[in-house]
Design a protein around this ligand. Sequence first.
Ligand code: NOJ
Length: 489
Amino acid sequence: MLTLTEFALVLILLTRLCNPKEWKFPDDFKFGVATSAFQIEGGWDADGKGVSIWDVLGHNRSVLVKDGSNGDVACDSYNKWEEDVMMVKNLGVDCYRISLSWTRILPEGYGTKINPAGVDYYNKLINKLLENGIEPVITLYHWDLPQFFSSLGGWTNPVIVEHFANYARIAFKLFGDRIKTWITINEPRLICQMFKGLVGDVTPNFPLGVAEYLCAHNLLKAHAEAYHIYDKEFRLRQKGKISITLDITWSEPANASNPEDVRAAEQNVLFDFGIYANPILDFDYPRVVIDRVAERSKLENLPESRLPKFTLAEKMRIKGTYDFLGINHYITTYTRAVDDLPVNRPSIDIDAGGERFSDPSWEGCGAGWIKVVPWGLRRLLNWIKNTYRNPDIIITESGYADGSEVFEDDGRINYYRVYLNATLQAILEDGVNVKGYMAWSLMDNYEWIFGYTLKFGLYHVNFTDPNRTRTPKKSVQYFKDLTRTRRIN
Ligand code: NOJ
């Protein structure tokens, strides 16, 4: 006798066998690859570019970078952009996600003194992509904050909101006639939590559990301003879409029949992702975040919650500022509830509670934090569908790292195969509105504090060669087959 689940599985299998043609990505689904300016461009001071916080970290505090390297040359895409476009074309993908370097366009970061050479660089790149039938998807901010703002406290200072809005308006004016998909900010959680004041995007002078929330608060307002500027001043003529990209770690209860673990797992997703997603896709911060931070602030004898409050007008201004939801996904963990959390060193992580761990049997890769757990992707897509009324989702990043030079990258091929399959299951079987999948990354590049030690690329880059020679890995052929057939091989 079959159980209900077994019966359902047999049914799915039979349907698939009878309709092999159906197990295919829908026609409007877009495949893409992604990179970001600082990680590939190099040309850190070329032709009038201003300095960013990552330039400064690479020059003055490279001890913080695993291989002591910097992004001065990176993949040299500032000079090799035409070759990059040909590599993207060779993959047969629909789009290429890049980011703009704020200080290449506005060397000072503020005001209206535009660097013509920077504008020229992006114009050439965008035009070349379009000539080759590739849609450029542009992220305005992928972590390379103009150094000037660092001395003001980075994202913890509310002045950043008007300066980001100014930069966004300039970018829409300069490039928006050709751009149909904009992303305001990449992975706010990493900006506010990950580098913990090391880089200058968050001031090191506040306690973490204060700085992280201030950063999130200003960042949400900055995103909303950019959205409204686009909506009011550009959308009608330029006819594009705009949103934000959030990273999402899936958190699975350690013991699904223990309500405490179930609560802790969801709480972690809400603290990591909901803190940004809720104000935009719903209204205000998640209730559990508001209540827990207030409660824990009380325990710390603070007169007020460490979580800043939005006014009603601000909540209304942030709500609905998305035309789709961009997500980056790399991590699944188990979470178990923890009772006694320390009260003397406030941080989002501790406020969220819950202890995360991964199953030792999960396959790993060069990046210790990435395990191959495709069902995590499927679950989180379903969770977003159910929590936020099934928005259109674009997976703006997903990828696998090798820790050394690997050309026969079967691990990566398998990763894409199973993650794309999980995406397809979410679309075809669960009705999640996933509209695109972009592989991180087009080529090996500067992986922030890991320098050049982690290799995420479909193309290998030789970083010891002044020419930064690119060579296709085996996964390039996998991607070509995928984009040609729109099926998972
Ligand atoms: C997400 C970030 O957006 C990207 O810059 C980074 O390289 C990848 N994660 C891999 O860690």
